[in-house]
Unconditional design. Structure first.
Length: 135
């Protein structure tokens, strides 16, 4: 656990935020908050967070992290609060995620997809957000 003297951001996801999210929030509704997560400890990961989507009284979020030493990204979809077991996710959400090749990770209790290029990541995010808006 290495202490960092200042807050730090990973520049790839920071750039994603400014390039695709800042002042373009409507493209990613139903998520209502977007930010680039800063870190204070080397044990943490800096990334892009989309949160505050409530569907059937359950809050969800998406997290995006750059893959270390590669110009690709990982995408995580998870419940923001409470029990994250699969059976607590609405079937229509599971269907959208699986149709977009975002798969359930049984051990970590979240949906995940890996190795996105920047363009593929943004198009996937816009597509699933659009599909979530239709629920």
């Amino acid at each position: 656990h290495k202490q960092l003297n200042h807050r730090h951001r990973e520049m790839f996801t920071y750039n994603l935020y400014h390039k695709y999210f800042q002042n373009q929030e409507k493209s990613y509704l139903p998520f209502e908050k977007f930010y680039n997560h800063e870190i204070k400890s080397s044990d943490d990961y800096s990334g892009l967070i989309l949160k505050d989507w409530c569907h059937n009284k359950i809050y969800y979020q998406i997290e995006v992290y750059k893959i270390y030493n590669d110009n690709k990204y990982d995408l995580y979809f998870l419940k923001s609060k409470g029990d994250r077991n699969l059976e607590n996710h609405a079937i229509e959400i599971i269907t959208i995620l699986e149709n977009n090749k975002i798969e359930w990770d049984i051990e970590n209790k979240y949906f995940m997809a890996s190795n996105f290029t920047e363009a593929n990541l943004i198009s996937t995010l816009k597509k699933i957000c659009s599909e979530f808006n239709n629920l």
